[in-house]
Design a protein around this ligand. Structure first.
Ligand SMILES: Nc1ncnc2c1ncn2[C@@H]1O[C@H](COP(=O)(O)OP(=O)(O)OP(=O)(O)O)[C@@H](O)[C@H]1O
Ligand SMILES: [Mg+2]
Length: 226
């Protein structure tokens, strides 16, 4: 059975997979989604490792601000160090590795994404985010083995005209989006301040539901990558 991490996941055992968050647009919600997805997978019985590949260290600071994420191992590195960090996490028994990356074309971004089984691209419903989407796709499709990627609307207001417009424009332009959205909710920055997650502060709230829907969709993509 190996070392401390080499055991079966509690509750379920899935094929180990690595998911990276990436955009060429800063502030779109990568780090927030990385932390929340990691917590959701841990809650579902996966053995999760977080890799903070962004020198801003948003994920590292979030985890250090409280107790809710203390049981999830975290590796601090830069984009170039991500492939080795992923390799070690998987060798150590992780079943879900979540990689946060810088929000621009940083040196080593290709390295940071090279080991991912899927890439999630959060974007806000705004014209700038729409324009930058093409650059992100160019980065991903330029990888030597591009994994599947999905856009994901974040910080949107439910049923707002701008969010609906953004979704239809993205689809018309040929982009693939998750059905689930990460709506604008103050519980995310609040959770970051407290080192908590919406699943710990408001387990029956809308944010926890959003995250659970995103997790389920990403798991389906990982099980059947297209
Ligand atoms: N769904 C949301 N609702 C409300 N606020 C959010 C949401 N997602 C992110 N935020 C807030 O928006 C800001 C940017 O989010 P975050 O740091 O996750 O983005 P990022 O893409 O990692 O940014 P960077 O490019 O700087 O790394 C943060 O203050 C965060 O708390
Ligand atoms: Mg970030």
């Amino acid at each position: 059975m190996g070392g401390t991490r080499g055991r079966m996941a509690k509750g379920r055992a899935t094929t180990p997979k690595t998911v990276a968050l990436a955009t060429m647009k800063g502030g779109s919600g990568k780090s927030t989604l990385a932390v929340c997805l990691a917590a959701a997978w841990a809650g579902a019985g996966e053995r999760v490792t977080l890799i903070d590949g962004d020198r801003q260290r948003s994920v590292t600071r979030w985890r250090a601000a409280g107790e809710a994420l203390a049981t999830i191992p975290l590796v601090e590195t830069d984009p170039h160090g991500v492939p080795e960090a992923v390799r070690l996490a998987l060798a150590d028994g992780a079943t879900r590795v979540v990689v946060d990356t810088p929000g621009f074309r940083a040196a080593g971004m290709e390295d940071a994404l090279s080991r991912a089984d899927a890439i999630l691209v959060p974007l806000k419903p705004s014209p700038v985010d729409f324009e930058v989407a093409a650059d992100t796709v160019e980065l991903i499709t330029g990888l030597s083995h591009p994994p599947p990627h999905r856009f994901l609307l974040t910080q949107s207001v439910r049923d707002s005209v701008v969010a609906r417009h953004m979704r239809s424009e993205m689809i018309a332009a040929g982009y693939t989006l998750l059905v689930a959205e990460m709506l604008h909710r103050v519980v995310y920055p609040e959770a970051a301040l407290m080192g908590a997650t919406p699943m710990t502060t408001a387990p029956r709230g809308g944010a926890a539901r959003d995250i659970e829907a995103i997790r389920a969709e990403v798991d389906a993509l990982l099980a059947n990558p297209v």
